[in-house]
Design a protein around this ligand. Structure first.
Ligand SMILES: [Zn+2]
Length: 178
């Protein structure tokens, strides 16, 4: 079947009555041109419906809030990890203090007060560290890569261990010279 000139006429706005009649006759007979006509109508319908090509209002806001939600969740996860690390070190130092008291002739009350004092110090230090980390996170204009976090955590863990150990050493020295 010859589709000329009907294929062009499908997308022609100004057809004579004669041409329009001929086109309608052809469309009744020709499935190919009917499909083309339907596709053309659908395309123009879509184009007129989606007139504003720019994103819908509030899109960038929604995207930004989504991004910050994700970042906040990530930060929470990291702070929790840091807290777990520090808590385990606190537990370790408390356990070591209890063990050292077990093998010494110190009264349990003296050791207990020492442990509470050290634990409070550790908690205070932990809160300060978490607060400063949060502050750094809110001030930084870019996201800290995960590897960087691991390095920072490892450093913090090392210094906390060093600190706990020095407290333990110091308290055992005091015991020796008491
Ligand atoms: Zn045709």
């Amino acid at each position: 079947m010859n589709h000329n000139p009907f294929e062009e006429w499908l997308f022609e706005d100004q057809l004579t009555l004669e041409e329009r009649t001929q086109l309608n006759v052809h469309l009744k007979e020709c499935a190919s041109c009917r499909a083309l006509s339907a596709a053309g109508l659908e395309t123009s319908r879509l184009l007129s419906n989606s007139a504003p090509v720019s994103p819908a209002a509030g899109f960038t806001d929604r995207w930004a809030s989504l991004a910050t939600d994700k970042e906040a969740a990530e930060q929470k996860k990291q702070v929790r990890l840091l807290f777990i690390l520090l808590a385990s070190f606190a537990l370790l130092s408390i356990t070591s203090l209890f063990l050292s008291s077990y093998f010494s002739d110190h009264s349990i009350m003296a050791v207990l007060s020492n442990v509470i004092f050290n634990a409070l110090h550790l908690i205070e230090r932990t809160i300060i560290i978490i607060q400063s980390y949060r502050f750094v996170l809110t001030v930084l204009p870019f996201r800290i890569p995960y590897l960087m976090w691991v390095v920072v955590m490892a450093n913090a863990a090392f210094w906390m261990a060093f600190w706990s150990l020095s407290i333990w050493k110091f308290s055992s020295l005091k015991r020796v010279f008491a």
